[in-house]
Design a protein around this ligand. Structure first.
Ligand SMILES: NC(=O)c1ccc[n+]([C@@H]2O[C@H](COP(=O)([O-])OP(=O)(O)OC[C@H]3O[C@@H](n4cnc5c(N)ncnc54)[C@H](O)[C@@H]3O)[C@@H](O)[C@H]2O)c1
Length: 339
């Protein structure tokens, strides 16, 4: 068993606390939140964990092996840096930090201290995304041409980040995990029809990414949609896949559809032939992603290997978000990226 502490016990931190507490691999030693009243309420359910307001107590405790940070994004860097510097394996919520330079600092700090930096890109640990990964790796879809995602609903307006930083990390982490291509340019458009906190915080955004290998990705995120849609389409030259996370059972559908180009020499032109074949929906397991992720974090610490969503994958997501923000503020011009 390893000793763990969770900093930030709000909406998401609460789920993390529950999963570490129920895991056979982890001993939940501390819960921490600067909101004393809220902390006292949570502490009632976890009498074996010490409840502290000051995260410094956790960093100073040498018996703590790992720390999970589930505080607002603008606090991630400072807390994660202190955690890594004190030699703790560190789990940080998505997005890793608010800019690529600070994410890079964390990646280097983890390397220097010989500890694991893990980013909670939860979707990577869902049975559906694991299944899609195995389908792509089997070659069933063929060469991938595009990745299209829609993540929209009447969403909770965040105070510190726009809709891109709130919702797009999910799709960007899925994109990176499934396809791992080198992005070359990012462009984005967004609007903020409602001004609040005297800020222009975009609540609707479209993000486009071009990749070295010719593939293209499009992401649509929106807090102002009357319907909730969570859909990803991945188009290959053999088959195409639709992942609909709102579907209770048939979340993944593989369509044997596509086109074939036939050249007719006599008329010197290409003919397009459509192929509309069967649709297949594979069976997927059913388990809580966070539970799987807690166990994966433990296994990687024991084996001294990086997690599937390590600091570099966190940096990838943040670098694209940063470029997208820059593009959005400059009328959608493509921003080149190189990492
Ligand atoms: N992986 C996911 O699917 C997922 C889902 C939701 C949120 N998140 C991420 O989780 C993080 C928290 O989001 P949330 O929705 O739980 O927010 P929240 O506001 O509900 O909770 C944040 C908590 O952190 C506490 N806090 C703030 N600063 C602190 C500090 N310095 N020390 C200790 N406690 C501190 C606050 O008092 C609050 O209780 C964000 O980074 C968010 O992006 C991830």
């Amino acid at each position: 068993m390893k000793n763990v502490a969770v900093i930030g016990c709000g909406y998401w931190g609460n789920h993390i606390v529950r999963n570490f507490n129920s895991s056979e691999n982890w001993d939940l030693k501390y819960i921490c939140d600067i909101d004393a009243e809220h902390l006292n309420k949570i502490a009632k359910s976890y009498p074996n964990a010490k409840a502290v307001i000051d995260a410094g107590i956790i960093f100073a405790d040498e018996s703590i092996d790992a720390v999970a940070i589930a505080t607002p994004v603008n606090t991630h860097f400072d807390l994660a840096k202190r955690s890594l510097e004190s030699g703790k394996h560190t789990w940080v919520e998505k997005p890793l930090t608010s800019d690529a330079a600070s994410s890079q600092v964390l990646v280097e700090a983890a390397k220097r201290k010989g500890v694991i930096l893990h980013v909670d890109h939860t979707f990577i640990y869902t049975p559906a995304v694991r299944k899609i990964k195995s389908i792509i790796e089997s070659g069933e879809l063929g060469e991938i041409y595009y990745f299209d995602s829609v993540r929209i609903n009447l969403g909770l307006f965040q105070h510190d980040v726009n809709v891109l930083w709130d919702l797009a990390p999910h799709d960007l982490s899925i994109l990176q995990y499934l396809l791992d291509r080198k992005p070359v340019a990012v462009s984005a458009h967004g609007i903020s029809p409602y001004k609040y906190n005297n800020n222009d915080i975009e609540s609707i955004a479209y993000l486009n990414i071009r990749f070295e290998q010719g593939m293209m990705a499009n992401l649509h995120v929106n807090w102002l949609s009357p319907v909730k849609i969570r859909k990803i389409i991945i188009g290959g030259n053999r088959k195409m896949l639709v992942f609909d996370d709102m579907e209770p059972i048939e979340k993944i559908k593989i369509f044997d559809s596509g086109i074939e180009m036939k050249s007719r020499e006599d008329v010197y032109e290409s003919l397009i032939q459509y192929r509309i074949g069967d649709m297949m929906s594979p069976a997927i397991k059913n388990y809580e992603a966070l539970k799987e992720e807690c166990n994966h974090f433990y296994d990687c610490i024991v084996k001294d290997v990086d997690t599937d969503t390590d600091g570099k994958s966190g940096l990838y997501v943040v670098a694209i978000l940063e470029a997208a923000d820059k593009s959005m503020k400059s009328g959608g011009i493509p921003i080149e990226i190189d990492f």
